[in-house]
Ligand binder design. Structure first.
Ligand SMILES: Cc1ncc(COP(=O)(O)O)c(C=O)c1O
Length: 410
């Protein structure tokens, strides 16, 4: 009989745009005993998690809870619930994840209109606003932090324009939540989707979402109670029913409400993990957390440029938590990445589509975003580049980052 060894995964330094290293407190929470999903002890944990999520999303929304599944599950739940077949949907695309929103909107049966921005930059808000005025969408869906290009799209003006035009605004804040300001109410975002495995430093497997009364009003029109749970008072929906059962926010919110109407079996251990991740965020404080992410980005960028590397993309719209580096000419990017992983235990990311082979993407997110990780990566990258024949200014990278850390101005 074949024998299977005990699992013993390597301890990595993960500097990708997700998943990133998980705080030991979160890992510990995942080992706690499982509770039944209607146990009052467990439903109290659900309520507390909702409370903490409202703070994270900077919202007074009633609804803020996780969808079970990876971040794409939160995106898909929000889109399939808020986009009815035949709806007019505008998607501004400036990277891979904008294309994902496009694809999901098409699968929802929407009439989709896209505008595209060259990868490496973002939209001037007035371009999106002009498209909203001319296309008159029912829904606009946009990415906040685009991890494929390392850019961040300003949203406040777009939010205001959507409200004026009575369009619902859906935002993918998977990469930004917990690392970069996301102001759900102040920016008038109707539905926001976050991710666990990036700036929250919780493993992949849940996607926190929030949505306001405007969004709820729309999904209630499409609401249906599952056949086996119906009582005489349950009415039929006005609009075509949501085409997914698992991702129907109307059903999910019944489960997350005091009604606790049965839907899926909640992921107990993942919820413990999310709750602990949120507790860590709120203990640190959102603002302090944003400052920390900016500090380590500054040190990383100083180090990379001091060693002679060039950054990719428009500096004005750079996303704090993802730094994209042009792979120097003649250097095999994948060989350098393998060397970092195999000799130094450090993982950085490659890239997608048109950027494949052209850039590396380095994440400074959540628990991975710390001084020893940044310095270790800079030292290792210098060494790997020297090994691959790139004329790096050896020693300069780490020194430049240390200058940032030692300077009084934080
Ligand atoms: C901006 C953005 N949106 C959506 C996703 C999809 O998330 P997941 O892979 O967890 O489904 C990612 C994942 O990398 C992302 O970076």
């Amino acid at each position: 009989m074949k024998r299977y060894e005990d699992l013993s995964p390597s301890l990595r330094c993960i500097m990708t745009p997700g998943p990133v290293e998980v705080d030991p407190r979160v890992l510990r929470a995942m080992s706690y005993p499982v509770l039944g999903q209607f146990d009052p002890e467990f439903t109290d944990i659900m309520n507390e998690t909702m409370e903490m999520l409202r703070e994270l999303f900077a919202t007074g929304n009633k609804w803020a809870y996780p969808v079970d599944g990876t971040s794409r599950s939160g995106i898909e739940a929000v889109m399939v619930s808020l986009i009815a077949p035949g709806d007019r949907v505008l998607i501004p695309v400036f990277g891979r994840f904008g294309h994902l929103l496009h694809e999901i909107a098409e699968r929802c049966g929407a009439e989709v209109f896209t505008i595209e921005q060259t990868w490496g930059s973002v939209f001037p808000p007035e371009d999106v606003i002009a498209a909203i005025r001319s296309f008159k969408p029912d829904v606009v869906a946009i990415v906040h932090g685009e991890t494929s290009t390392g850019r961040v799209q300003p949203l406040a003006e777009i939010g205001r324009a959507c409200r004026e035009q009575d369009a619902l605004l859906i935002v993918d804040a998977v990469a930004t939540i917990g690392g970069v300001p996301v102001e759900t109410d102040a920016w008038m975002l109707d539905a926001v989707v976050g991710g666990t495995q990036k700036c929250l430093s919780v493993p992949s497997g849940m996607s926190p979402v929030t949505y306001n009364e405007r969004a709820e009003a729309k999904l209630l029109k499409r609401k249906q109670v599952e056949r086996g749970l119906r009582t005489g008072s349950d009415e039929a929906s006005e609009l075509p029913v949501v085409r997914s059962n698992y991702f129907d926010l109307g059903m999910l919110q019944d489960y997350w409400s005091p009604q606790r109407l049965n839907h899926h079996t909640e992921m107990t251990s993942m919820l413990y993990a999310l709750r602990e991740g949120l507790r860590l965020v709120l203990e640190e404080g959102l603002e302090a957390r944003h400052v920390r992410h900016r500090l380590h980005e500054r040190a990383l960028v100083a180090g990379l440029t001091a060693m002679g590397l060039e950054l990719y993309g428009d500096p004005e719209s750079k996303l704090t938590v993802v730094t994209c580096v042009l792979i120097p000419e003649g250097i095999d990017g994948e060989a350098v990445r393998s060397m970092l992983l195999n000799h130094f235990g450090i993982e950085i990311a490659s890239s997608f589509g048109p950027l494949k082979g052209l850039i590396w993407r380095i994440g400074t997110m959540g628990f991975s975003c710390r001084e020893n990780n940044v310095l270790r990566l800079l030292g290792a990258l210098e060494a790997a580049l020297v090994r691959h024949g790139f004329a790096v200014s050896a020693g300069r990278g780490v020194q430049a980052a240390l200058d940032v850390y030692e300077s009084k101005v934080r």
